[in-house]
Design a protein around this ligand. Sequence first.
Ligand code: FE2
Length: 199
Amino acid sequence: MASEAFQLLLEEARKVHARYPVLHEFCPFPTDLEPLDTEPMHLPCADRVYAETDLECTELAGFRDAFIKAGPDAFWRETYKETNIGQDFLDRFACYGLISESGGWISKQMLGFFVYMPPGLYYPWHHHPAEELYFVIAGEGEFMRDGEAPMILREGDACFHKSNQPHALETHDMPIMAYVLWRNHFDVKPVLTEREVNP
Ligand SMILES: [Fe+2]
């Protein structure tokens, strides 16, 4: 049984999907959700989320706050633990799942995660077979995609990543919080792109 904070977060996500075409056009809100029991897993990066004061947004403030409130009940992920990405990145890049195999609910239709990055963090080029949509909840970041011009995105903006299209994300003066959706090929984790990619 999901905690009350997770239930509220799911309801916020459902409302935001209904309100923003970019989300429901990428994937309608799942109709096959099955609750998944997991023990919370804390990581030091989660404490940075709780201490953050610069996650600016207006319309999505309820979604932002629900994400932070559900954090203590979440299984915080270590997606890049087995890579050479470095301890600094692991300590500062924060992510947990709402619709995922690591907690919240399971769906065959899409995955949904939350990502937080503090200011001045570079998330190196990576790729995965799943198609992906980054939807910015608060703050801002520079989104890079192979073959396309970089973009600075803020609250309500979205960035689509094609299957296996290398992409990277960098924060500058502001932190960022984003809602990340995957469709198709859920079973393959992201891998760091080994070549240097130029837009
Ligand atoms: Fe990605």
